[in-house]
Write a protein that binds this ligand. Structure first.
Ligand code: PBG
Length: 336
């Protein structure tokens, strides 16, 4: 048969220009959010052993310089994580006016004003001696995280972050009702325009381990399975996201991103009208980094392929420790 095959998909892959013309997905530095760890009581940036290439910054000129460099690469969105020196049972350093995050937000907004968007992770794990994402109560020999007591603290932390000037509050505790509690607190205090980006479908994942070293936030006992989602579930993500939307979330999130592409796709298809964030988490970062440092993988191609996959699955924005590198690579020829 002379005319066989009639349909030849390969024609669209003939050369790079044709491939670029018909590519369905592209990433831009405007899709990227850079996480930054800020630590109290250090004078120079500090390395994080399990996350080569990522540093903890003191809230001073070195932080400003890092944000300036990122800005010149094209990065405009930053999510801040605090590493406080003082921890107690009720996370009081998380809502202290002069806490590490409040100080850092003020510094960044005074310096960069509306040129950047500052997002603040809202949780208690870095600020509590027990390392849990809420208030811990005990009965006999066991403990539990008290949901409704925790909501009061989360609302307080969110308000103090908004007062410091945070543009977007990002509750990551997975407490039931946390988005509603925060929305109410912010609205009552006149912060109707402060956004909420909720970690809606956040899984109990081992891929957060390097982060817990970075932020000193490993639970002192137990685990997070009574509040973070079970990796075996995806339909449950629809319920979690629906509740957050009902409670007033502006942006929803699936986390981790790379390991949960199916959940990203499911959530995007279920709620197409809501901006969806995905968090390429610390362990996912460190796996690529480790392979790259061993010479087993081309870091640039791997990161661009994975980030494109997260976008292709349905994420509108991506939180990634690779934001600066990606922004630089985007100025060069893409590997596809
Ligand atoms: C909670 C929080 C965590 C991460 C973001 N927010 C840690 C956790 O739930 O244990 C993890 C991010 C990452 O692994 O990169 N404050």
């Amino acid at each position: 048969m002379v005319n066989f095959p009639i349909l030849r998909p390969r024609r669209l892959r003939n050369n790079k220009l044709i491939r670029d013309l018909v590519a369905e997905t592209s990433i831009s530095e405007k899709d990227l959010v850079l996480p930054i760890f800020i630590k109290e009581d250090i004078i120079t940036p500090e390395k994080i052993e399990s996350m080569p290439g990522v540093l903890r910054y003191p809230p001073d000129d070195s932080l400003i310089k890092y944000v300036e460099e990122s800005y010149s690469n094209g990065i405009r969105y930053f999510i801040l994580f605090g590493v406080p020196k003082y921890k107690d049972d009720i996370a009081s350093s998380a809502y202290d006016k002069n806490g590490i995050i409040q100080k850092s937000v003020r510094l960044l907004k005074e310096t960069f004003d509306d040129k950047i968007i500052v997002i603040t992770d809202e949780c208690t794990d870095e600020y509590t001696s027990h390392g849990h994402c809420g208030i811990v109560k005990s009965i006999k020999n066991s403990y539990y995280v008290d949901n409704d007591e925790s909501l009061k603290i989360h609302a307080k932390i969110a308000l103090s972050q908004a007062e410091a000037g945070s543009d977007v509050i990002a509750p990551s505790s997975m407490m039931d009702g946390v988005v509603g509690a925060i929305r109410k607190e912010l609205d009552n205090a006149g912060f109707q325009n402060t956004l909420i980006m909720s970690y809606s479908a956040k899984y109990a994942s081992t891929f957060y381990s390097p982060f817990r070293e970075a932020a000193y936030s490993k639970p002192a006992f137990g685990d997070r399975k009574s509040y973070q989602m079970d990796p075996r579930n995806s339909e449950e993500a629809i319920k979690e996201v629906a509740l957050d939307i009902e409670e007033g979330a502006d942006i929803i999130m699936v986390k981790p991103a790379h390991t949960y592409l199916d959940v990203i796709s499911l959530v995007k298809n279920s709620f197409p009208e809501y901006p969806l964030a995905a968090y390429h988490v610390s362990g996912e970062y460190s796996m690529i980094k480790a392979a790259a440092l061993n010479g087993w993988i081309d870091e640039r191609i791997a990161v661009l392929e994975i980030t494109t996959a997260i976008k292709r699955a349905g994420a509108n924005l991506i939180l990634t420790y690779y934001a600066n590198e990606i922004a630089k690579w985007l100025k060069e020829e893409m590997p596809f």
